[in-house]
Design a protein. Structure first.
Length: 347
């Protein structure tokens, strides 16, 4: 199995000036410029597709065939989450208020999850990717990412750690629900703040509109089945996009005194593919470029890739880009290795 890049194998520590020539080259290529008109078209098209899917649900009436429409709804809901993600990175326009509005409408109203919670969590991830003490995405939880986190886990947590590579994708089907629960906890802890109350109101509107639409045309049993399938597919799709980007890559600690370029490139992995892969992963398969330039419009990431890759080759910086299956193999292999000591103790 391909192992995460060891600290000893890493190149010299990069200076802040190592990033400056790359930044200048990318800026001169116009890749940091906003694509507001393109985003407007993308947002409008996705809203139309979500509306068309719901119209299909209404037209089919009380039929189990309605469950088939949970598939496109999950895909288009994930697209809405991508747009909320981009709003959090200020990729769309020049106004923070506009980005907050877009983010809340797509995150809270369309997806039923907190834009503010996602921003808080995701910005901490970008600041220190794969750092176990600072990146919430690799903190100890249901899954663990280091031998130290795995040590001493017992009971259900111990079983999950021993088998986490096997249960990773099945548990992603619960991620849609987890996003809502985590969002609600975050907002309730801040319910005295105006922005939290606005977000809670939008999430409440999401729940009312969502289940009113379902119960209007189908029985409670079918409505529950539709909601369960939709959220399972949404969580699986969204989790499958973000999972291959960092799992199994270098995990720095407080002694890894890296600059921005080194910190972002060594902890990230790109996923190769054509237009279908790019579309299904929302362009976030160009994760190295996204981490180096988080405010770059998502559609520009693929154009930045050859510039970043060539620059890394010139300065001797490892740059990893693999196929989709290989990226999952590396990530799941890392998770399997982390549970090795608990599996050995079980024998």
């Amino acid at each position: 199995m391909a192992q995460p890049l060891a600290v000893a194998d890493a190149p010299r520590q990069s200076r802040g000036s190592d990033f400056a020539p790359l930044l200048r080259q990318v800026r001169e290529a116009g890749l940091l410029e906003r694509r507001t008109a393109s985003y407007a078209i993308s947002i409008g098209l996705n809203v139309a597709l979500i509306a068309a899917t719901w119209i299909g649900v209404l037209l089919l009436g009380n039929s189990w065939l309605q469950l088939l429409l949970a598939v496109p709804l999950a895909i288009f809901t994930t697209r809405a989450a991508f747009i909320g993600h981009d709003a959090g990175h200020q990729q769309i326009g020049s106004s923070r208020k506009l980005h907050d509005l877009i983010g809340q409408l797509h995150g809270n109203l369309v997806c039923g999850m907190s834009y503010g919670w996602w921003n808080d969590k995701h910005n901490r991830h970008h600041a220190n990717p794969n750092h176990t003490d600072k990146d919430p995405d690799v903190g100890e939880g249901v899954f663990v990412w280091t031998l130290e986190q795995a040590e001493g886990r017992k009971g259900l947590h111990g079983w999950l750690t021993r088998h986490q590579a096997k249960v990773f994708f099945p548990l992603l089907t619960l991620e849609g629900l987890n996003l809502k629960v985590s969002s609600l906890k975050f907002l309730l802890a801040r319910r005295q703040r105006h922005d939290a109350r606005v977000e809670l109101g939008l999430m409440a509107a999401h729940v009312v509109l969502y289940f009113s639409a379902l119960l209007l045309v189908m029985s409670p049993g079918k409505a529950l089945a539709f909601a369960a399938l939709h959220h399972a597919l949404f969580g699986l799709h969204l989790g499958s996009v973000f999972a291959p980007n960092h799992k199994g890559m270098e995990m720095p600690d407080d002694d890894s005194n890296w600059g921005h370029l080194e910190k972002q490139v060594l902890t990230s992995r790109n996923v190769d593919g054509g237009l279908v892969t790019d579309w299904m992963m929302g362009g976030l398969n160009y994760q190295i470029e996204h981490h180096l330039f988080p405010s770059m419009p998502r559609a520009n990431l693929r154009f930045a890739q050859p510039i970043v890759r060539d620059y890394c080759a010139r300065i001797g910086m490892p740059y990893l880009s693999t196929g989709l299956i290989e990226s999952y193999r590396m990530g799941l292999g890392h998770m399997h290795d982390v549970g090795s000591e608990l599996r050995a103790a079980e024998k």
